[in-house]
Write a protein that binds this ligand. Structure first.
Ligand code: FCB
Length: 438
């Protein structure tokens, strides 16, 4: 069966992972600058200082997207470029960069999809408590307003937050991502304050006539290691899959937030402000067991019966389909966009000058088929963005994992399309002849 008319194919990136130019044109430091410059935090001491130098090479990157024939590009706007202190004066030059990028995309016929927060919190806000503080939510709404004031006439789709669960879990609970705090369950206020930030930002964006506004969450189907471990799987599901979705789509929190003192009664109505779409990022399922010790209600157990990507993540496209079905049965969903899906492999350019990443092609093919099954079943999915256009800075793993359709040589900044680039281009071209009226 064909895809619905208007279905969007895209690629996704994020500011800190590709831009570099961290000290240029008035950008202020973010938590990720601080974190990556702290010895021992990122593998081999890699930082985003230069990354893919996209800040200077964006015209070449837009040309690569045009070559793919994508309908849309999902990028993120670095808050510390726009408002270096996280509050107060706007840095016009920071906004100028996104202005140029957006115009370049439109000139190439590519619809800009902007994420407002992909984890690069201005360091001064973190110094004041970061997402543990309610005030950060109001600061984020203000930044969203400023970004929309400049760009809402041309940005086609707005994503408030990217994967807030990762910020709460990896950033504030376990400390493996910026800002590197190890608050464990005491990190829960960061969940609420990010959700409040999302809700306030939806209002701010609508106030500036922004079109098509949504939130992107990370989802991972929870598998119980044995029937006895079902409570552990349910606890993980509540945290990973429901904590950032139930309040937005159902207007209530799952049990783990019962009686939380930082939740004010009026907040849920703000958080549940209607959105135009839900962004779904999917990479892998997670297997859970009853914990033997520690403060968490689950232990994560390796999934060993499936092949894995370069990150060691199990490749399970049927879990992607089951996730889409679960979301559809659990909620009265707005339209979905798959805002990230992809894989890393240790791709190298061979002597013939080609990066033969057939494993990526297999991964994408299987996951796109799973998505098409969901569409055929009636789930309203309007777009698919591959993570990622380019190899880039993969957070605490530095430049080791390669997630791109395009290989990046970090010594020379040379971009070389991999085999998957041509495959994705052909897939997009052939699907154009198959679209059906919705
Ligand atoms: C997601 C992030 C994205 C990228 C991929 C591999 O969780 O949103 O920035 O790192 O994982």
């Amino acid at each position: 069966m064909g895809l619905p008319e208007g279905f969007r194919w895209g690629v996704a990136t994020a500011a800190y992972q590709i831009e570099g130019a961290v000290g240029e044109d008035g950008r202020g430091p973010s938590t990720w600058d601080t974190f990556s410059h702290t010895p021992g935090r990122v593998r081999d001491g890699h930082t985003g200082d230069v990354a893919c130098d996209h800040y200077h090479r964006w015209p070449e990157d837009v040309a690569l997207m045009a070559g793919l024939g994508v309908d849309s590009y999902r990028f993120s706007i670095a808050w510390p470029r726009v408002q270096p202190a996280g509050s107060g004066p706007v840095n016009g030059k920071g906004l100028d960069f996104y202005d140029r990028l957006v115009d370049g995309l439109l000139a190439a016929g590519i619809a800009p999809a902007a994420t407002l927060y992909h984890w690069d919190l201005p360091q001064p806000l973190e110094d004041a408590g970061g997402w543990m503080e309610r005030d950060t939510a109001y600061r984020f709404a203000e930044f969203s307003y400023l970004a929309a004031e400049r760009l809402a006439d041309r940005v086609d789709m707005w994503i408030t937050l990217n994967e807030p669960v990762v910020v709460t879990a990896y950033g504030y609970a376990f400390g493996v991502y910026a800002p590197g705090r190890t608050l464990m369950l005491d990190a829960l206020p960061t969940a609420h304050h990010q959700l409040l930030a999302h809700g306030l930002a939806v209002h701010a964006l609508r106030g500036r006539n922004a079109r098509t506004i949504g939130l992107t969450n990370h989802y991972s189907p929870a598998w119980a290691a044995s029937p006895d471990d079902q409570p552990a799987a349910d606890a993980f599901d509540g945290f990973m899959n429901r904590l950032f979705t139930d309040p937005v789509l159902l207007g209530r929190y799952p049990d783990l937030m019962d009686d939380a003192p930082f939740v004010r009664s009026e907040d849920l109505a703000v958080i549940a402000t209607p959105i135009d779409f839900l962004g779904v990022n999917y990479y892998q399922p997670t297997r859970l067991a009853t914990p033997s010790e520690g403060p968490l209600p689950f232990d994560m157990v390796d999934i060993t019966e499936h092949p894995t990507t370069g990150m060691g993540w199990p490749i399970v496209p049927e879990a992607f389909l089951s996730l889409l079905r679960t979301l559809d049965s659990r909620y009265d969903l707005p339209p979905l966009y798959i805002t990230e899906n992809g894989c890393s492999f240790p791709d190298e350019i061979g002597p013939d000058g080609v990066a033969d990443d057939s494993s990526r092609i297999d991964f994408l093919d299987a996951h796109i088929k799973a998505m098409r099954t969901a569409i055929d079943e009636g789930i309203d999915i309007r777009g698919y963005y591959t993570w990622s256009l380019l190899d880039n800075f993969e957070w605490s793993e530095g430049y080791h994992p390669r997630f791109g359709l395009v290989h990046v040589d970090y010594e020379t900044q040379k971009r070389t399309p991999k085999k998957s680039y041509a495959w994705y281009r052909d897939l997009i071209a052939s699907s154009r002849t198959q679209t059906e009226p919705r």
